[in-house]
Design a protein around this ligand. Structure first.
Ligand code: ADP
Ligand code: MG
Length: 695
């Protein structure tokens, strides 16, 4: 249960003065959250410095200035036309015009009486040799000049919001800060010169000078560290819980492995052998395995997984293989079951879609221990599933699952060894953030005979030629993926949708030749479309990124990505991995619309390399860690306060800190432990706290 001291922070935004039912949803959209704490985490990305108090003569075009003026005279707008209302003002050094569009004269006369002195702050434009300020941000009598903030934060907004509204709400939120026990090691805080949590938030939201907003400022670093420590602590708790359970040794006999190797139509690559050996060594030891297997698309992770599962079964245990979607679970089942059965293994399939009889049969086989291998989605780890003797759990495309599912799995798995596989290579710098110090293996070599995919950049203006090429390729018996950024078209976005593109292609190729698939289709419908493509009934598959992960149709040798500039680098790399799986030379056409500089760099990187690890590093460089972390696709945790391109050093400190805390106080019951629980709740790690003994 969240401690009551945090309640004000988790209260809805409407609990703040001035935030009503109209404003709250707008704010919630900008903050990506509807709680007071979300507003506190919504750090300004820049500021307006109003501190320079200059004279008119010293202003330059575009600068924000705060000027002490005397009001000379009003020049109301003529009744017709678009001319603005002007107020002429002066100081010792010159004259300036304040300009107002759609102004109300009585109002302006009340705030700027002729002959009065006023302090005015706003952006100065030099227009035809004359300085002017249109719609000043502040107009105050000199005795109230202190109300003008020296430095004003600038927040990310959404339509309907203004800086003033967000700033005011944030200042109200700051008044709600409870007095929290400090969770940081006092020596660290002292060494780094960090302010307290409350002071840090105040310094960032009410910056004293522009430097307060730099990523290197102690306040920013402290807040970043709060978040990184919460994340590392959560990872460490989960890992410590997992490791505390004695594992079991699964040494195996090699008998099933030998049969499976004989059944496989290929020999493992050196990289596959190395990864398998590392996994088998972990399995043979009595400690629990927690290993990440990274391998680029098509590097052959499935075969390694299969042989690891055989090792578990040889040792008298069951193995489970979990995929992120029904489609992938079924595809794995289709590949694995025939091989496994040749070796005398029995395989059960359990996804959300197995109903009644088949479901009961699968559950019974898993619980009774007749099923040696269970393949499925997260349905495998739901409450009603009971493994007789689970020894190894494998999670494919791990990035699609959250920490919650990982926890669920470690509950179900009890002492089972855990192998997570990902085709989204993770730059080394980010590995720690995502997985803590989980062991990892890499398959860094492709199976032999793969020809690199010929990747080309094509401007949208040549789309007709591309479509023509598709027609010829289909006539020659090839199969094609065509990826679009949208499911359905709408008036506002000038992008082609799956539906429109599908219809256009069907018009030239014939209805039966084109399948369309996207995430909004129901599972069975999607499977049917996929099956038709796999069977070669349809020749072109028009798709969204649902085909990005894992789908394997060796006869498909061309992929076209329309509006490739809209996709992330890692995503494009995944998409390209759909082809180049068969004997034929493959092509990837990246069809682009308007290209910005980074988009161009992304597409060029892709044309130049197909090494997933190199691409992941380039992605990190091009997007900046902050943005990369923000994308769900990457499977990396999302940070709101920390920016790993600036705060990477803190990550390592946080890891060591978390390990040390847990070594001394594994259930977080001591004084600092209690404060750290508070930190975990603050960053919504409730599920992790729930695994701790109550303190
Ligand atoms: P991923 O790592 O993307 O999951 P898969 O396991 O689906 O890759 O393997 C991709 C393709 O490569 C499959 O068709 C698989 O049969 C084939 N494959 C895997 N290992 C080898 C190998 N050592 N030699 C030849 N082909 C292989
Ligand atoms: Mg795979």
């Amino acid at each position: 249960m969240r401690p009551t001291i945090l309640y004000p922070l988790f209260a809805p935004l409407t609990s703040l003065p001035g935030v009503g039912p109209r404003l709250a949803p707008l704010l919630a959209r900008a903050l990506d959250g509807d709680k007071v704490v979300d507003l506190l985490w919504h750090l300004p990305f820049g500021c307006v410095d109003r501190s320079p108090r200059t004279g008119i003569a010293d202003t330059v075009d575009g600068m924000v200035a705060t000027l002490k003026l005397s009001v000379l005279r009003h020049e109301p707008a003529p009744p017709k036309g678009r001319a603005p209302y002007r107020v002429r003002c002066a100081d010792a050094g010159g004259e300036i015009e304040l300009v107002f569009f759609h102004a109300r004269e009585d109002y302006l006369r009340s705030v700027l009486p002729e002959g009065s002195a006023r302090v005015v702050s706003g952006k100065v434009d030099w227009f035809r040799g004359q300085p002017q300020i249109s719609h000043p941000d502040y107009i105050l009598p000199p005795e109230r000049a202190a109300e003008i903030p020296a430095v004003e934060p600038i927040y990310g907004l959404t339509a309907g919001l203004t800086q003033k509204v967000v700033g005011k709400a944030a200042r109200h939120a700051l008044k709600r800060l409870p007095e929290l026990p400090d969770w940081h090691d006092p020596r660290l805080a002292e060494r780094e010169g960090w302010p307290s949590w409350g002071e840090a938030l105040a310094q960032v939201h009410i910056p004293a000078d522009p430097a307060s907003l730099a990523a290197t400022h102690p306040a920013r670093r402290r807040l970043a560290y709060d978040e990184l420590l919460a994340a590392q602590l959560a990872l460490s708790v989960v890992r410590a819980k997992a490791r505390a359970r004695p594992g079991r040794a699964l040494p195996g006999t090699g008998a099933l492995e030998a049969k499976l190797r004989a059944a496989l139509p290929f020999a493992l690559t050196g990289a596959q052998e190395r990864a398998l050996a590392e996994i088998q060594a972990d399995m043979a030891s009595p400690n629990r395995m927690l290993r990440l297997l990274q391998g680029d698309v098509g590097s052959g992770k499935t075969a390694v997984a299969l042989l690891a599962m055989a090792r578990a079964v040889e040792s008298g245990a069951q193995a489970a293989f979990m995929a992120p979607t029904d489609l992938l679970a079924r595809q794995h089942h289709a590949v694995i079951a025939p091989l496994a059965e040749q070796a005398g293994l029995s395989v059960a399939l359990l996804t959300g879609r197995e109903k009644s009889a088949p479901r009961e049969a699968a559950l019974a086989a898993i619980a009774g221990g007749h099923a040696d291998i269970a393949i499925g989605t997260h349905a495998l780890f739901q409450e009603d599933v009971d493994f007789a003797r689970l020894g190894l759990a494998i999670i494919d495309e791990q990035h699609r699952f959250g920490v919650r599912q990982r926890l669920m799995l470690s509950d179900k798995g009890r002492d089972a060894d855990l192998l997570v596989m990902t085709a989204t290579p993770i730059p080394r710098t980010l590995m720690l953030a995502a997985y803590g110090d989980m062991d990892s293996s890499r398959i860094d070599q492709r199976p032999p005979g793969r020809k690199p995919v010929d990747t080309r950049l094509v401007p949208l203006s040549r789309l007709a030629e591309v479509a023509d090429g598709v027609r010829r390729a289909v006539a020659a018996g090839r199969q094609v993926y065509w990826v679009c950024p949208l499911v359905e078209g709408d008036e506002e976005t000038p992008l082609t949708s799956v539906e429109d593109r599908g219809a256009a292609l069907a018009a030239t190729l014939g209805d039966g030749a084109v399948g369309i698939i996207h995430g909004r289709m129901k599972g069975p419908e999607r499977d049917a479309v996929m099956q038709d493509f796999q069977d070669g009934k349809t020749r072109v598959l028009v798709a969204t990124t649902v085909i990005e992960v894992g789908v394997d149709v060796p006869n498909a040798s061309i992929i076209i990505v329309e509006h490739a500039e809209r996709f992330g680098l890692a995503q494009l790399h995944q998409l390209r991995g759909r082809v180049g799986r068969g004997a034929a030379a493959s092509t990837c056409l990246l069809v682009y619309g308007t290209l910005g500089e980074t988009a161009r760099a992304r597409l060029t990187t892709l044309r130049e390399t197909d090494d997933g690890f190199a691409i992941a590093e380039a992605d990190l460089r091009l997007r900046g860690a902050g943005e990369l972390m923000g994308t769900r696709q990457s499977g990396l945790p999302e940070f709101r306060l920390a920016d790993l391109s600036a705060h990477a050093d803190l990550l390592e400190i946080a890891r060591v800190d978390a390990e040390r805390v847990l070594a001394l106080d594994p259930e977080l019951t001591g004084e600092r432990g209690a404060a750290l629980r508070c930190l975990l709740y603050l960053f919504a790690r409730d599920a992790v706290v729930a695994t701790l003994r109550s303190g």
